[in-house]
Design a protein around this ligand. Structure first.
Ligand code: MLT
Length: 270
């Protein structure tokens, strides 16, 4: 784990392996360890980066609302700081990580060699979801991460995972409890104000892969399919038996899909 000063915030970043850059962006309110199985697999032949986003894991928090654009700026600065910008980045984001990937696409499309959108959506929040985020941001100040553990943990994995791989839930709970209340509130408010990115789907300038979970209660596979339909030339995969946390719940299947996509990309020589 390395620590880097990015936009004035002390970010913890797992950096492993050599080769083409591959950046994993975690969901809310988690940290880079959700990508443990992917870091182990892909650092064998890729230059893997998996940051704890500001406010999460062991990274510093920064100030103000953590907009999806702010997170995307952090990733671009991180890539620049490590000299990766010219090499072409594959960005792989799950859920909030996907919202961040859309903002990255808006501002830094030229840096992308491939885009992987997991268990996420391009649309902005419905009013009710937005209101819930405002309530969460207030409540987490008073009660701490327990509020999100209570609200989110039951929805993150499929029944099969809950039954057969309970350690996934333990790991998710540990990540959630490790987030600071400031980080959770800042990102909840940032997600609430994210813009609709649906119009971007038809303009994605690089190869794209969309991965859904068959039983995802938060980003249903039918919605993911509709999103994928709007992306020209996309690969779309639904992982059977998985919920929202596809990379953790079904690491073998997830890694096989991602590897096949990565192998289909033309390397950049610069
Ligand atoms: C996530 O997994 O990042 C969250 O479900 C995103 C959200 O709350 O919209």
């Amino acid at each position: 784990m390395q620590r880097l000063q990015i936009s004035g915030v002390d970010l913890a970043v797992e950096i492993q392996g050599q080769g083409q850059p591959l950046i994993f962006v975690h969901g809310f309110p988690l940290d880079h360890t959700m990508w443990e199985a992917q870091i182990a697999e892909f650092s064998r032949d890729y230059h893997v980066l998996a940051p704890d986003l500001r406010g999460f894991g062991t990274s510093g928090t920064g100030s103000g609302i953590a907009t999806m654009e702010r997170f995307a700026d952090d990733l671009a600065e991180l890539a620049d700081c490590l000299g990766l910008s010219a090499r072409g980045i594959v960005l792989c984001g799950l859920s909030m990580g996907g919202y961040i990937a859309f903002q990255f696409l808006r501002k830094y499309a030229a840096l992308l060699r491939g885009l992987v959108l997991c268990n996420t959506r391009a649309t902005a929040d419905a009013d009710e979801v937005r209101e819930n985020r405002y309530r969460l941001a207030t409540k987490v100040r008073q009660e701490g991460p327990e509020v999100v553990v209570h609200q989110m943990l039951p929805k993150l994995v499929s029944d099969e995972t809950r039954r057969e791989r309970p350690e996934c839930l333990d790991r998710l709970e540990t990540m959630m409890r490790g987030a600071s209340w400031e980080g959770i509130a800042a990102a909840a408010l940032g997600m609430a104000e994210r813009p609709d990115s649906s119009a971007l789907l038809a303009t994605i300038p690089c190869p794209a892969l969309v991965i859904a979970g068959e039983f995802d209660a938060l980003s249903p596979s039918s919605e993911m399919q509709a999103m994928a339909n709007a992306i020209p030339g996309v690969r779309f995969e639904v992982i059977p038996g998985a919920g929202h946390m596809t990379p953790m719940e079904k690491p073998r299947e997830f890694n096989a899909i991602l590897r096949s996509f990565l192998q289909s990309l033309e390397p950049r020589s610069t």
